[in-house]
Design a protein around this ligand. Structure first.
Ligand code: FE2
Length: 164
């Protein structure tokens, strides 16, 4: 299962690079949200999607139509939105990317602005940086002693004026 996930992740990276940012930032947000919902419920209705993204249904419709034109979703007017195979693969990657960045920010101790920062950082991060962050997350998870050292070091930094 892990190998399969990694395969999808690498495919996701390649897809994004190969398509030279064919998806705009907001299209990425929509696809990530459609994937989040469809993972549990198989399909999503426009009103529900708009509500989850805090946008008007008319705005959501425009973006979903663009995703449909790119072959990422199936959507008939007034119908339900479902992911195509390609959409599901890219959506899975976008959610993984979100989770890697969010986990990293959690590790370094970002609390109040964690979600907002994740939403900004995820769209600009390169494949190699994302991979490096993912490795660092895993490294710290399997080395709690080093994580402890970091937390102590950070507390000292916050007490002194040496750090930013
Ligand atoms: Fe996100």
């Amino acid at each position: 299962m892990k190998g399969k996930d990694e395969f999808y992740t690498v495919r996701g990276y390649k897809m994004i690079n190969a398509e030279k940012k064919l998806l705009t930032t907001s299209m990425e947000d929509y696809l990530e949200m459609i994937y989040r919902i469809c993972k549990k419920e198989d399909y999503v209705r426009m009103n529900q999607l708009a509500k989850n993204l805090n946008v008007r249904p008319s705005s959501a419709t425009k973006i979903v139509q663009k995703l449909r034109d790119l072959g990422m979703v199936d959507y008939e007017k007034y119908g339900v939105i479902q992911l195509t195979e390609e959409g599901e693969r890219l959506g899975k990657f976008l959610l993984e990317r979100h989770n890697i960045i969010e986990e990293f920010l959690k590790i370094i101790g970002t609390e109040a602005t964690r979600l907002r920062d994740t939403e900004i950082m995820e769209h600009g991060v390169s494949i190699s940086t994302l991979r490096n962050i993912s490795i660092l997350n895993k490294f710290l998870l399997v080395n709690p002693d080093i994580m402890e050292q970091f937390i102590r070091f950070k507390a000292d930094c916050n007490k002194s004026m040496d750090c930013l």
